[in-house]
Design a binder for this molecule. Structure first.
Ligand SMILES: [Zn+2]
Length: 543
């Protein structure tokens, strides 16, 4: 294009010259005054020269930006120069030689302008190297860089023992650039540093976040299976119903560095324990959680947290392996299983009134026996920790046998002469010392009086009546209870021996027991109570 324009312009100048020649006779007539005109031409030419310098400057910039525009600009400038030259020449009567000189000067200047432009245009082409669409340098040859990248790729493949692929795109394009320097070695150095070679692998994403890469989809599936297995512990009484991930897991085919691909077991360990820096401790003879914690600068609680499978009741066995860090799994596994457990059903106690037994006495007619039921639970565990337990089914395998107790209703007969008369004697053969009175004491209520006497002191019936209790009775220790048949009942506690039997009639003042310190007692004494119509009264008011 440019060449054509150049030739075209030359042709036009030639034609112009031919025209000028025809005008030579007229010019010869106008020779006078030529000297001054020539001087004018010289002034004009120097102006044109200055303009040309400017054009040169501009054209460099303009060519770089827009060749077409530059062409038009140069055309325009050429036109102007031609007009200027021919204008003067046509107006002035020039000598043949002088005219030639003038025209040649103009032509030469034009040639300089055009030639420089052409030179500048061709000089601006170079090989631009792009790394992922980013210009990184200029090189002298088109093939240099592709060859260099291939060599790097081969070198990396050899190093990793597997075919690697360049992760970035390298392009070499012939383009115009202005004022640049081609530097093959600099571009090579940069590429060697910047280029990443990788292999296609399966990058596991957890909830859309990239985690770790495995070599194949088979490896990925194995990771999933193994992760599930870790939390499934099937026992005789459990059935696994489902194992699902609580996180979104996905393997995406991605170019990764060869050293970023992990073997299945490593991936499982990291996903499960959240860290590959897990430490374990091998339990040896004599170890306890406390000694292990102390040896490892941990607390017992921290060890328990790191080993959720440990039960309080578990004994550590030599050879057991304990985790020494609290691990937060990267992937949550939810296991749902059914568990069948046998539980005992406690028996109920049923009382039956028995008129053949005295009131206040009882007899076991049938021993109770706990029943057995089978319960089916649905247990949901997340990473081995129970998070939900529902009862699915309850089946009674064996009904409990109730305990049947006969309760006496027979009124205690009060024969003449032994019935109490409501007046009571001192319940001991000796006076003794009252060590505690009836009423509130030590935040509780003292239902009787305490009379301090040595062990073995004779305990006497405070009034006539029927013995309704003779034997051990909880905190009372060895107790004798007498029903006096007139609404009054007396109790004699903490004895060392009983001398009467249930149902026996006793006379007022008859020895019924030997004092002692049995049951809830702080020292040898008799604890004596009087009940009136079932309620305790202050014995001292009746003695
Ligand atoms: Zn007492």
């Amino acid at each position: 294009m440019f060449k054509e324009w150049y030739q075209d312009t030359a042709e036009k100048i030639k034609a112009q010259l031919a025209k000028i020649k025809t005008k030579i006779p007229t010019i010869e007539e106008k020779l006078p005054g030529l000297q001054t005109k020539l001087a004018q031409i010289q002034v004009k030419l120097s102006k044109i020269k200055a303009q040309l310098v400017k054009i040169k400057e501009n054209s460099k910039e303009i060519i770089h930006r827009n060749t077409n525009k530059t062409k038009l600009f140069l055309c325009d400038q050429g036109q102007k120069i031609r007009q200027a030259a021919t204008g003067f020449v046509s107006k002035l009567p020039l000598q043949k030689e002088q005219l030639k000189y003038a025209v040649l000067t103009v032509a030469l200047l034009l040639a300089i302008v055009s030639g420089y432009s052409v030179y500048a245009y061709y000089d601006s082409f170079t090989y631009v190297v792009y790394l992922d669409d980013q210009e990184v340098g200029y090189v002298s040859s088109e093939t240099l860089i592709p060859e260099f990248v291939s060599a790097l790729q081969a070198e990396e493949s050899e190093k990793h023992g597997t075919e690697v692929i360049c992760k970035q795109e390298v392009k070499v394009v012939r383009e115009q650039r202005k004022g640049i320097k081609e530097d093959d070695e600099a571009v090579k150095r940069l590429l060697k540093e910047e280029l990443d070679f990788g292999v296609y692998a399966y990058l596991i994403h957890i909830n859309d976040q990239p985690a770790m890469a495995v070599a194949s989809t088979e490896d990925y599936n194995e990771v999933l299976e193994k992760l599930k297995e870790i939390y499934v512990c099937e026992e005789d009484n459990t059935t696994v119903k489902s194992v699902v991930f609580d996180d979104k897991l996905e393997a995406r085919r991605t170019l990764v560095k060869p050293q970023e691909i992990y073997p299945v077991d490593k991936v499982v360990e990291i996903l499960c324990y959240g860290s590959d820096k897990r430490e374990t401790y091998l339990v040896s003879r004599g170890d306890s959680l406390w000694t292990i914690a102390r040896k490892n600068n941990l607390t017992v609680d921290e060890i328990r947290q790191a080993n959720p499978h440990l039960q309080d009741s578990d004994k550590l066995m030599p050879g057991d392996e304990l985790n020494l860090i609290v691990s937060e799994p990267l992937v949550s596994v939810v296991v749902t299983q059914e568990e069948v457990v046998k539980q005992s059903i406690p028996y109920q106690t049923k009382y039956k009134d028995d008129s053949s037994l005295y009131k206040g006495t009882s007899k076991v007619l049938q021993q109770g026996k706990n029943g057995v039921k089978e319960i089916k639970y649905r247990v949901t565990e997340k990473n081995g920790k129970e998070i939900k337990r529902e009862v699915l089914e309850e089946k009674v395998l064996q009904e409990p046998t109730e305990k049947i107790v006969a309760r006496g209703t027979k009124k205690v007969p009060v024969p003449a002469g032994v019935s109490g008369n409501g007046r009571f004697r001192w319940p001991l053969a000796v006076r003794g010392t009252i060590t505690s009175r009836y009423g509130y004491r030590w935040g509780g209520f003292h239902r009787g009086i305490d009379i301090g006497v040595p062990v073995g002191t004779a305990v006497l019936a405070a009034d006539s009546g029927t013995v309704t209790h003779a034997g051990w009775h909880g905190a009372y220790g060895i107790l004798v209870t007498i029903n006096h048949g007139n609404g009054f009942v007396t109790k004699y506690a903490h004895n060392s021996a009983v001398l009467v039997t249930v149902g026996q009639y006793v006379q007022k003042g008859q020895q019924i027991a030997r004092s002692g310190s049995t049951g809830y007692s702080t020292g040898p004494h008799l604890h004596f109570e009087i009940l009136k119509n079932g309620s305790n009264v202050n014995p001292l008011s009746y003695l």
